[in-house]
Design a protein around this ligand. Sequence first.
Ligand SMILES: NC(=O)c1ccc[n+]([C@@H]2O[C@H](COP(=O)([O-])OP(=O)(O)OC[C@H]3O[C@@H](n4cnc5c(N)ncnc54)[C@H](OP(=O)(O)O)[C@@H]3O)[C@@H](O)[C@H]2O)c1
Length: 400
Amino acid sequence: MNRAVLLTGATGFLGRELLRQLVEELPTEQTIYCLIRGHAEAKSAHPTVPAPSQQAQAEGRLHQLLAELGYPDLTVAKVARVQAVGGDISQPRLGADHEHLTALIQHVGHIYHGAATVRFDHPLAEARRINVEGTRQVLELTQRIKAAGGTTRLSYIGTAFVSGTRRGRIFESELSTDQPFHNTYEQTKAEAEALVRSYMTDHGLQATLFRPSIIVGDSKTGETSSFKVMYWPLKVFSRGLIPIVPAARAGIVDMVPVDYVIAAIGALSCRQESIGRCYHLCAGPEGATTIGAALDQAAAFFRVRKPLFVPTETFERYIRPLFRLFFRGKRRQALDAGRVYVPYLNFRASFDTTQTRQDLAGTGIAPPSVHDYFAKLMRFCVDTNWGKSPPRPSTAGGAG
Ligand SMILES: NC(=O)c1ccc[n+]([C@@H]2O[C@H](COP(=O)([O-])OP(=O)(O)OC[C@H]3O[C@@H](n4cnc5c(N)ncnc54)[C@H](OP(=O)(O)O)[C@@H]3O)[C@@H](O)[C@H]2O)c1
């Protein structure tokens, strides 16, 4: 049986925590390959010297990442087995060179595929190129491994939001690509998951599907390396830039801290019985909060006025045009950029977690209550000036 692990998306918010867990948990004889892109803008230091190769760039990024994760000594056995593979999931054969592709085919026994674009505003073709075609290249690798006589399994990182505009309870076993979506991210992640499922049924691929909801920082420290997704609207709100929000107070907010997501993937991804299953790594109907409750807590923390909630139709018809007339600078930017988040302020689906709870029973791994950690997330944002500076010592209480 092949022993090495391949991780895609290691340089991302979730991927770096997944890499940390793999480094800590896997026996040191297991190689961990990380497929990493070069920087498109990488240039040579001098006109006569060629630009660094994709492989050299990937190695440089991996070393920097390992240092950031607290592993400055690359000779330590548990870190020395982590190897960069320069590539791009959207390219044929993952954009890897022949030598590295051969190594992946010969040695990889488990793939964690998390690389994706998480932008809501990509044109459909661009989102498809990365999320669907990128997943296809990963799936093709599983077939190459099989053709070479190896065995491999796939842990696929999807999203609960493949449910698109559906309302009510969404079950872990359900997936439809034939329905409306809020954006190209949801649509292409649904198409990618459908593709994974087709390889499971048509090619006997052994795969486990993970569908997190909105992933936020660590539940104990509030720490996050990314200020995307939920953090952007929270930042706008903390500055009191938008006094009226197009939201329903009862809109469902399902978020989960990254430490829970990582622990759950760690516990479930290697079990035999999780092959063929799909897990909602979500707060679920029992643990999700509402936009009203979250903004009340945020208003108290940041000491800003509670916003006025108005129905989306009213906002779009009367208030947005009015605001666009009067707002300038940052307020105008926030108004325009915030458009992609509006569907999530009025979200009416809840993610059923029956399978996840059943399979995690007895492990002690469960999503903590959002009310217990939300203040820690906001504290970390303030302490780091929303990721712009290193954390400063925390002070108790509100925004200060
Ligand atoms: N964040 C959330 O709230 C959330 C919630 C549910 C599910 N998820 C899922 O979790 C996964 C990771 O999300 P994230 O929030 O960690 O995103 P992220 O921080 O934007 O990281 C994305 C990762 O994918 C890599 N990537 C993108 N395009 C690539 C390409 N063409 N070739 C190779 N690598 C590529 C990026 O590499 P570069 O560093 O080179 O850009 C980066 O490492 C995604 O599958 C996402 O759908 C995220």
